[in-house]
Design a protein around this ligand. Structure first.
Ligand SMILES: [Zn+2]
Length: 503
């Protein structure tokens, strides 16, 4: 049963059947880097990163070509540049650089193609020429416009009717256009604006034509999946279809249109004017990027989502729970190397089935938690190694793999131990170090040590040395001194940890 996705174009969940054998071509509308990116921007990019990872996973085994464009010229980047006395490309370099760094922290894979609109002006001009030739566009004194009335299928993707759209559009009527719904393909240059040559006069492309021209140039049409956020369905994607499909022998331009849900921040749309705007770069300083990924996975890509500080804390806890299970499995797999993992197959299948059903990551994550809940069972069956490998595979698809690498699990153990010790220490009374110093005066100098944690560590280190020197009497005396103060030691191959009795 192949992977099924909800297709906005057909309003149905359908199997993904690539047009070329074993090759999936995806185009996702990327960022307009004219201001700082926020978490809402990241959401759909994170989803398409997971989709791409799953398509390439052996269960599907596809080669994927992934294009995500950069709208590097638009009204806002020009306005920002003018305000700051710089150039539009300097504005774009700054914001896009920050965005790419955020994507790297979020473990989003590099895109196969990352076309900048201004690098595709010849292809854009060529496409506008074709639309003019076939009567889908017309030239006015301020630019070139697409004639919506010439394309009967306009509105099919978004389910909007041209009559209804007209009522709304009259308000923003533009004297240069023949019809209020027509949209700009090319804007003739105004003084001081960046501009490129065209046969009709120098200027710059409209936003919509960029994606039509770049997807055609890099993937060819038709291709398999066109993606973006839900808010791009109208007018952007509707306009892309209107531009691309009249020039094709066999529409649609994309078999599947896949859209990600929008994000609210503490209950409201994130915006500067509402005062709840936090740049992605700042958010990533406060939170573990992999916990943010997990938070999105918990919701599922099409549902609207509300980001709150509590919800991210919940996601971080869920990530830690999986890490703890992985640690137990790693420990058990070191003890038994081979065994019977047959009982695990049904669990693995449940995770994959959830992903196959329109990338239901929320369900897949739930099934993964169920699968690893009983680590003792897999340890007993001698299957801990296989189960751990599965956890790591799914973590790889989810893009949270780095949290399950050996080094990360070791770090997790050390941090958890330090945390336990800090908590235990806070339950010790202030006289603790003084009493320990009196008790061990001749055996261990604790002068200058003020914190209970440091004193205990010193005793543990001295005991380790005594045992190495085969001075077991001293070793026992050190342990007993701690025991008399209510500190219990536990030795393992990773070293010695301590707890406060009854704490
Ligand atoms: Zn686009």
């Amino acid at each position: 049963m192949p992977l099924r996705l909800y297709n906005t174009r057909t309003h149905a969940t359908e199997p993904l059947r690539p047009l070329e054998p074993n090759h999936v071509r995806i185009y996702v509308c990327g960022l307009t880097p004219s201001a700082e990116a926020h978490l809402g921007h990241a959401r759909s990019f994170l989803f398409f990163d997971v989709l791409r990872r799953y398509l390439e996973h052996p269960r599907n085994g596809y080669r994927v070509t992934y294009v995500q464009n950069v709208t590097d010229i638009d009204d806002r980047s020009i306005a920002t540049a003018q305000r700051e006395g710089t150039t539009y490309d300097a504005v774009v370099a700054r914001f896009y650089g920050a965005f790419k760094e955020s994507m790297r922290l979020l473990n989003v894979r590099e895109f196969d193609h990352e076309p900048y609109a201004t690098k595709y002006v010849p292809q854009i001009v060529e496409m506008i020429g074709e639309l003019l030739e076939r009567g889908y566009a017309y030239v006015t004194d301020d630019g070139i416009y697409y004639r919506v009335a010439r394309f009967p299928r306009y509105g099919a993707l978004s389910g909007k009717h041209v009559d209804e759209l007209l009522i709304g559009a009259r308000i923003a009527e533009n004297e240069h256009k023949d019809d209020p719904l027509d949209f700009a393909l090319w804007k003739f240059a105004k003084p001081g604006e960046p501009q490129w040559d065209s046969p009709w006069g120098s200027g710059r492309p409209g936003w919509h034509i960029e994606c039509s021209a770049m997807s055609r140039a890099l993937l060819g049409v038709p291709f398999d999946v066109h993606g973006g956020g839900f808010d791009l369905i109208f007018p952007h994607h509707e306009n892309e279809i209107a531009q691309s499909e009249p020039l094709m022998d066999h529409p649609p331009m994309a078999e599947m249109w896949v859209h990600g849900g929008l994000l609210n921040y503490e209950g409201r749309k994130m915006s500067k004017s509402l005062g709840n705007f936090e740049p992605l770069t700042e958010l990533l300083k406060r939170h573990d990027p992999l916990a943010i990924r997990l938070l999105f996975l918990q919701t599922g890509y099409r549902k609207p989502m509300n980001f709150t500080e509590e919800s991210i804390a919940g996601a971080a806890a869920s990530l830690q729970k999986l890490q703890k299970a992985a640690l137990r499995l790693r420990e058990a797999s070191a003890a038994v190397r081979s065994g019977d993992a047959s009982g695990f197959g049904a669990h693995a299948e449940a995770v994959y089935r959830a992903l196959d059903d329109d990338m239901d990551t929320a369900k897949a994550l739930g099934e993964l938690h169920v699968a690893v809940a009983d680590t003792a069972r897999w340890a007993e069956a001698g299957a801990a190694g296989e189960v751990l490998a599965f956890v790591r595979t799914i973590a790889g698809i989810f893009g949270i793999g780095p949290a399950f690498e050996d080094a990360a699990l070791d770090r997790f153990t050390a941090e958890a131990r330090a945390q336990r010790e800090r908590e235990a220490q806070s339950s010790l009374d202030p006289e603790f170090v003084e009493r320990l110093r009196e008790r061990l005066g001749d055996a261990l100098h604790l002068n200058g040590v003020v914190s209970a944690e440091d004193a205990i560590r010193r005793v543990i280190d001295a005991r380790a040395q005594a045992r190495k020197d085969k001075d077991f009497a001293l070793g026992d005396r050190l342990r007993d001194a701690l025991a008399a103060e209510g500190i219990a030691l536990k030795d393992s191959k990773d070293g010695t940890t301590w707890t406060v009795a009854g704490a």
